[in-house]
Ligand binder design. Structure first.
Ligand SMILES: Cc1ncc(COP(=O)(O)O)c(C=O)c1O
Length: 382
């Protein structure tokens, strides 16, 4: 018999659960944001962000969700009429297309099959057709649970058009999958606080290379709130142009401390292991996964429900019967998949618990599954 759940388990690909240390750090009195106390906090956050991004580039933080960060990248480096290629592998690639079109940018919407990464050979062929100002793509496409090979895509751009800007939306990928901003010569990299940073939504961070600064000088997109130039004036003082989201910044400082204590290798290994654990469980139960192993995201897994069961029903019943919040399929994938997040403050036991709930749910719904096989396989891996 279904009982009302006592607890709530957030298992979506952001916002992620927040560690107690970060919650406590955010419970901080407000301080003057134009004075030395705030400058000191910002310095620590900036040092931490540069570590996370693996960059010496300037990084700005905006009081915004990830989409604002995507728009920051576009309006500061491009002009109406500029030609760009967008490697569109899912809903967030499609969002880049919408943002660019809103500013009159001439978009080559390079759409790939949902569940597949961007193919560098196809990108190369497009790049050979003529000069573009920029190539934009996601590090991790959250809507399909697919990770792009950022290093190879970046090398492809540099090989064919060395001076094209490389703009990467790493909102859900940063710290879940490897990303080396400087080594891979990435010009603008966007991230969001609510993902692997384990901080509530509300901060978008954007790194800016020397090439991106040159592009800024000639960029004609209209802008004010997002203007790099306004942030640049304040940055040397450790301040921001507008009033910063102080509570989130205190949280970010603490989360970056935690992440550095854990170490980059361990963070990436944790995400990879949790991805493998969930995929092992799903396969053992006989569920189909949208992404193949070779491009499977360490941040989120898109799972096809058993035949005859709608992904939206899975979501509803997981929430109502077990208190487990999983994410929906987006756009054309609505109902066809559901997604389980494993980025940020999620560990293997959280995933095994959620998967156990899923197995019970499928059994109740009469699906033909090998009941218990998924959890058993996950426990064996553990
Ligand atoms: C890859 C990616 N890009 C951009 C965004 C947009 O971020 P937000 O919803 O914070 O605006 C998200 C959000 O999930 C995302 O996963």
């Amino acid at each position: 018999m279904a009982k009302k759940p006592l607890k709530y388990y957030l298992m979506i690909p952001g916002p992620t659960p927040i560690p107690t240390r970060v919650l406590a750090a955010m419970n901080h009195e407000m301080i003057g944001h134009r004075g030395p106390l705030f400058s000191k906090v910002m310095k620590e956050v900036m040092d931490g962000l540069r570590w996370a991004y693996q960059t010496k580039n300037e990084i700005f933080i905006y009081p915004s969700s990830g989409t604002g960060g995507m728009e920051v990248a576009v309006v500061n480096t491009l002009s109406p009429g500029d030609k760009v290629i967008i490697c569109n592998i899912g809903a967030f690639g499609a969002r880049f297309v919408k943002i660019c079109k809103a500013y009159g940018i001439d978009v080559n919407d390079l759409k790939f099959e949902r569940g597949k990464p961007a193919d560098p050979a196809i990108l190369e062929a497009e790049l050979k057709k003529g000069p573009v100002k920029a190539v934009l793509f996601q590090q991790n496409e959250t809507s399909t649970g697919v990770v792009n090979d950022v290093e190879t895509l970046a090398k492809t751009v540099r090989k064919v058009q060395p001076e094209a800007l490389i703009v990467v939306d790493a909102v859900s990928g940063l710290l879940a999958a490897p990303l080396k901003t400087d080594e891979w010569d990435l010009d603008v990299v966007v991230s969001g606080s609510q993902k692997a940073f384990m901080v509530p939504p509300g901060i978008a961070a954007v790194s800016i290379s020397a090439r991106a600064w040159k592009a800024y000088e000639v960029s004609k997109c209209p802008k004010h709130y997002w203007d790099f130039g306004l942030m640049k004036e304040e940055a040397p003082k450790g301040h921001t142009y507008t009033t910063p989201p102080e509570s989130l910044i205190f949280g970010m400082r603490e989360s970056l401390k935690m992440l550095q204590e854990e170490g980059m290798e361990n963070i990436l290994a944790r995400h990879k292991f949790n991805r493998d654990l969930l995929r092992t469980a799903a396969k053992a139960l006989g569920l189909k996964l949208l992404a193949e192993d070779s491009c499977a995201s360490p941040a989120v897994t898109a799972i096809c429900p058993p035949d005859g069961i709608d992904g939206e029903e899975v979501r509803k019943l997981m929430r109502e019967d077990f208190g487990v919040e999983v994410a929906p399929g987006q756009g054309e994938l609505k109902g066809k998949i559901f997604r389980i997040g494993h980025l940020g403050y999620v560990d293997s036991l959280d995933l095994i618990g959620a998967f156990a709930a899923l197995e019970v749910l499928f059994k109740r719904l009469g699906a033909k599954i090998n009941f218990g096989a998924g959890v058993k396989a996950a426990m064996e891996l553990l």
